[in-house]
Ligand binder design. Structure first.
Ligand code: MUC
Ligand code: MG
Length: 377
């Protein structure tokens, strides 16, 4: 089997409401969709998103598309998509650009799995669960609206774990509203926070224990990504898990975190790790070092979320669950089917491959103009 073409398409799908992080607010989900076509008629899909352009990480959908179109795709045309060795040779010639690589690597997994008529999780060792507890990301930008949204979702029975984006406001006000949210939601719900690097270490030393006392169940990336030592020191200041996210983009970052003593939890994301295989490896490294891997998101749509789901259902220990809520935050989708939730858990979908198909009319509606396909001459 040979790759005939690798197409990259940027899509922008509106969100059901603006999503406001400490450093940026977004009102659409911007993704690069990768579609691989082969000479045997087997196709594969991949997706990577960026939050606020090159803002959460160094890549944007525009850079991902360029890197794939100009540097990765041309070297793969005509090769066997099932050969991971070929992909690695090509990928190693491009430095960094993990998000771009992850979209391509995802599409290659989809092709390879479809060619064998098996689900992608079977290529990742096989699912050990058929569902995973899923948190909802609360980030309306307004304290009272955040509490109302979480309460509505909890009362509807759809979500019971909430990850609140804080760090835009004064730390004292943020901590007070987390306390109010915990009280409003009661014992059956869990409230976690993601500060997205907004605090300096001195601020975090004061407010991390206060968050813990307010009932917050997990504190993600309170300080800047580069201060790994500071992050480790904060874990000793509270009883609940501190989670590394932006501090650990690569395996080398993870080794450094482990060397410094580690924290309780690590957000694994297919995009930042550079693909399904490195993400799986990092989840296992975390487990070996006594950290809990957590199923993170970059707010992917159905394609990228399905890939993450196949991965997280194949990792043996995922005690903190995941936050694969991206498809529910988007107002629409470009696939013919969605991904199901039941009793606060995201249900693993069937294959073959990722088990999702493009809805061509929707793709045409949400694609940005000026797309290109790299095709064998
Ligand atoms: C992050 O830092 O976890 C993804 C979803 C969300 O709400 O924030 C982002 C990134
Ligand atoms: Mg985060």
């Amino acid at each position: 089997m040979k790759i005939e073409s690798i197409e990259t398409i940027i899509v922008d799908i509106p969100l059901i409401r603006p999503h406001k992080l400490s450093f940026v607010a977004i009102d659409k989900m911007s993704s690069v969709i990768v579609r691989i076509r082969t000479d045997r008629g087997v196709t594969g899909l991949g997706e990577a998103t960026a939050i606020g352009g090159p803002s959460w990480a160094a890549e944007s959908v525009e850079t991902m598309k360029a890197v794939i179109d100009l540097y990765l795709a041309p070297a793969l045309i005509g090769t066997d998509p099932r050969s991971f060795a070929t992909y690695l040779q090509v990928a190693h010639r491009v430095r960094n650009n993990e998000f771009a690589k992850s979209a391509l690597e995802m599409a290659l997994h989809d092709v390879a799995a479809r060619a064998q008529d098996i689900p992608v999780h079977a290529l990742l060792g096989g699912a050990v669960r058929d569902r995973i507890a899923c948190a909802w990301g609360v980030a309306t930008g307004d304290a009272e609206a955040d509490i109302a949204e979480a309460k509505r979702l909890k009362d509807a029975g759809s979500y019971s774990v909430f990850k609140v984006k804080i760090g835009r406001d004064d730390p004292g006000a943020d901590v007070a509203r987390i306390g109010r949210m915990c009280a409003a939601l009661g014992q059956e719900a869990e409230v976690r926070v993601d500060v997205n690097q907004a605090w300096d270490l001195r601020t975090a030393r004061k407010w991390v224990p206060a968050l813990d006392n307010a009932g917050c169940a997990l504190i993600e990336q309170p300080i800047r990504a580069t201060d790994t030592r500071g992050l480790v020191s904060l874990q000793d200041k509270c009883r609940v898990p501190v989670m590394a996210d932006e501090s650990v983009m690569t395996e080398h970052d993870l080794l450094e975190l482990i060397r410094l003593g580690g924290v309780d939890a690590l957000a694994i994301k297919v995009a930042k790790c550079g693909g399904l295989r490195p993400a799986r490896r990092m989840a296992e490294m975390a487990i070996c070092a006594g950290m809990s891997p957590y199923g993170g998101t970059m707010l992917e749509g159905v394609i990228g979320t399905a890939a993450s789901l196949h991965l997280f259902c194949a990792v043996e220990q995922m005690p903190l669950g995941c936050e694969l809520f991206g498809p529910d935050l988007a107002a629409d989708r470009i696939t013919t089917s969605g991904l199901r939730m039941q009793d606060g858990a995201r249900l693993l979908n069937d294959g073959p491959g990722l088990g999702v198909e493009i809805d061509e009319a929707k793709l045409a509606r949400y694609r940005r103009p000026e797309t290109s396909a790299r095709t064998a001459a």
